[in-house]
Design a protein around this ligand. Structure first.
Ligand code: ATP
Ligand code: MG
Length: 495
C-alpha cells in the first residue's frame, strides 16, 4: 500500500494584475507517495512553479488562493500559520530552484551559507521546548490563521468586485447602480468580519488554556533535562578533578584532555556549535559530490561552476533533513552532461535519504529515468496523470503526444517536432479543452466543453474527449508510436 505524504486537492490559484485575473492554476489535484518521484511536466506558463510555490507557502503577494487544500502530515498547509509554515518549509519540505545563482548569496562564503540554517536553530533546548509545545501551538495558531485567511479572502473578493467601478466604459447609470451595490457589499463584508472574529474568540479560549498548561510542563521538562546533563557532567568531572591533584605532568595532560572532551560533549548536547555545524556541512558537501569540501567551504559562489553551485543549493536544502524535496527545473540552466550528473545526484540522495520528490520540468525526456509517476500540466490544469510507464508507453492526451514528439532524439540530439502555436493567455483561458486550439485532433466539443478525467486504469487518467466512447478512433502521431515500438523492442531485445 502506498503511503501518502502530501496531497493537493482542487487547487485554484489566480493572480491579480492590472490587466485582469491570471488563472494560473485551475483545479489541480495530485498525491505524492512516500519515497516516490512525481514529475510535473508542461510548457512554460502551465502553472508548475505556482503549484510548487503554493506548497512552499511562497506565492507572490498578488496571488489569490481561490479554492483547494494542500494536506501534509494532517495539516492543511493553506491554513497553518506563518510560523508553522516556516517550520514545515524549513524542516520538512525543501525546494531547489532553477537558477542556483539566485538561491545563493554571491558575497557570502559557501560554508557560511550552508551552516547558517543550522546555526539559526542551534539551541537544542529551545528546539526541544518548541517540539514539546508545537502540537498545541499549531492548534491554537491555526484557528487565528484560518480566521485571517477567511477575512483576507472576503476582503479580496470585495476588492475584486469593487474594482469593477474602475471600468471607464460604464454608463453613469450603470456606475451609480454599481456604487450602491458596492456599498451594500461593504456592509456585508464588515458583518462577515465581525462574525468571523467572534467565532474565532470562542474557539480559541480552550485552546489557549491548554497551550498555557503545555508550555508550563514543557518548561519543567526542558529544565529537568538540562539539569540532568549538567549533573552528569559534574559527576564525570569530579573524580577527574581529584585525580588531577595527585597526577604528575604526563598524566595531567591526559586528564585535562579527558575533561575537555566531557565538556565538549555536554555543550554538543545543549547546542549545535559552530564546529559541529562545520563538520556537518562538510559531510553534506561530500554527500552531494563536492570534491575537497574543506577547501571549498571557504570559497565564494563565483568560484564554483554551475553544476557545483547546484550541488551546493541541494546541500543547503538537505541541512534541514527534509522529508519532501521539490525540484523546480533544477537542471534547465545546465548543459547536458552536467544535467545528467545532477539528475543522478538527486536520484541517489532520494534513495539514500528515503525522500519523496516532486520534480518539475518542461522536458519529458529529462525525467525518463527518474519519474515513478507523471502529471502533465497544460494551461493550469493536469491533463494526464499516470505511472511513468503509462505516460511514456500508453499516452492518451494529444498534449502528452505533442510533448513526447518534441523530446530530442537520443542519437541525433535533434528536436523532432516542436509543438505548434503558443500556450493560451491565462487571463482568458479557453473554454473546453485548452489545448484544442493547437491540436489537430481537436473535435467540436473540445472548443465547447471541458473534458472530464477519463479513467484508463486505476492509476492512469486523462482529460480528453478522445476517450469518450462516442469519439472517433484516432492514432497517436507516428513519431510517438514508432518510438514506443522501438523502445519496447529494445527492452525485449535486452531480455
Ligand atoms: N506574481 C504573478 N503575477 C501574475 N501572474 C503570474 C505571477 N506568477 C505567475 N504568474 C502567471 O501564472 C502562470 C503560471 O506560471 P508558472 O510560473 O507556474 O509557470 P511554469 O509552468 O512554472 O512555467 P516555466 O516553465 O516558465 O517556469 C503564468 O501565466 C504566469 O505568467
Ligand atoms: Mg516555473
Amino acid at each position: 500500500m502506498n503511503e501518502k505524504v502530501l496531497s493537493v486537492n482542487n487547487l485554484v490559484i489566480s493572480f491579480k494584475t492590472d490587466n485582469g485575473l491570471v488563472r494560473a492554476v485551475r483545479d489541480v489535484s495530485f498525491e505524492l507517495n512516500k519515497g516516490e518521484t512525481l514529475c510535473i511536466v508542461g510548457e512554460s506558463g502551465s502553472g508548475k512553479s505556482v503549484t510548487s510555490k503554493a506548497i512552499m507557502g511562497i506565492l507572490a503577494k498578488n496571488a489569490i488562493i481561490e479554492n483547494g487544500s494542500i494536506i501534509y502530515d494532517g495539516e492543511n498547509l493553506l491554513e497553518v500559520s506563518e510560523e508553522e509554515f516556516y517550520k514545515i518549509r524549513g524542516h520538512k519540505i525543501g525546494m531547489i530552484f532553477q537558477d542556483p545563482l539566485s538561491s545563493l548569496n554571491p558575497i557570502v562564503k559557501i560554508g557560511k551559507q550552508i551552516t547558517e540554517a543550522m546555526l539559526i536553530n542551534s539551541d537544542k533546548l529551545k528546539l526541544m521546548y518548541e517540539d514539546l509545545i508545537s502540537k498545541d501551538l499549531i492548534a491554537y495558531k491555526n484557528v487565528i490563521a484560518k480566521r485571517n485567511i477567511e477575512i483576507n479572502n472576503a476582503k479580496k473578493q470585495f476588492d475584486l468586485f469593487a474594482s469593477k467601478a474602475k471600468d471607464k466604459t460604464l454608463s453613469k447609470e450603470a456606475k451609480d447602480k454599481l456604487l450602491v451595490e458596492i456599498k451594500a457589499k461593504k456592509q456585508e463584508l464588515n458583518q462577515v468580519i465581525l462574525e468571523l472574529k467572534k467565532e474565532c474568540q470562542e474557539k480559541i479560549k480552550p485552546l489557549k488554556e491548554q497551550l498555557d498548561i503545555t508550555k508550563k510542563e514543557a518548561k519543567l521538562k526542558v529544565k529537568a533535562y538540562k539539569r540532568d546533563i549538567i549533573a552528569k557532567k559534574n559527576n564525570d568531572i569530579a573524580p577527574l578533578k581529584a585525580k588531577l591533584k595527585l597526577a604528575n605532568g604526563k598524566e595531567k595532560q591526559a586528564i585535562k584532555k579527558e575533561m575537555a572532551q566531557i565538556k565538549l560533549e555536554t555543550t554538543n548536547k545543549l547546542k549545535i556549535t559552530k564546529a559541529e555545524a562545520k563538520r556537518r556541512a562538510i559531510a553534506i558537501m561530500k554527500e552531494v559530490g563536492i570534491p575537497e569540501p574543506e577547501r571549498r567551504f571557504k570559497q565564494f559562489p563565483f568560484e564554483f561552476s554551475g553544476g557545483m553551485r547546484q550541488r551546493i543549493v541541494i546541500a543547503i536544502a538537505l541541512t534541514a533533513n527534509p522529508e519532501i524535496l521539490i525540484c523546480d527545473e533544477p537542471t534547465t540552466a545546465l548543459d547536458v552532461t552536467i544535467q545528467a550528473q545532477i539528475l543522478e545526484l538527486i536520484n541517489r540522495i532520494k534513495e539514500e535519504r528515503h525522500l519523496s520528490c516532486i520534480f518539475i520540468t518542461h522536458d519529458l525526456g529529462v525525467v525518463a529515468n527518474m519519474a515513478d509517476r507523471i502529471a502533465v500540466m497544460y494551461a493550469g490544469k493536469i491533463v494526464e496523470y499516470g505511472t511513468a510507464e503509462e505516460v511514456f508507453f500508453d499516452p492518451r492526451h494529444p498534449y502528452t503526444w505533442a510533448l513526447l514528439s518534441s523530446i530530442p532524439d537520443v542519437d541525433s540530439k535533434e528536436k523532432l517536432d516542436a509543438i505548434p502555436g503558443t500556450p493560451p493567455n491565462m487571463i482568458y483561458p479557453p473554454k473546453g479543452d485548452a489545448f484544442a486550439e493547437r491540436s489537430k485532433y481537436a473535435m467540436k466539443i473540445d472548443f465547447m466543453m471541458e473534458p472530464p478525467f477519463f479513467k484508463i486504469t486505476d492509476t492512469h487518467y486523462a482529460a480528453t474527449w478522445l476517450l469518450d466512447s462516442r469519439a472517433p478512433k484516432v492514432e497517436m502521431p507516428k513519431i510517438v508510436s514508432e518510438r514506443i515500438r522501438l523502445s519496447l523492442k529494445g527492452e525485449n531485445d535486452h531480455e
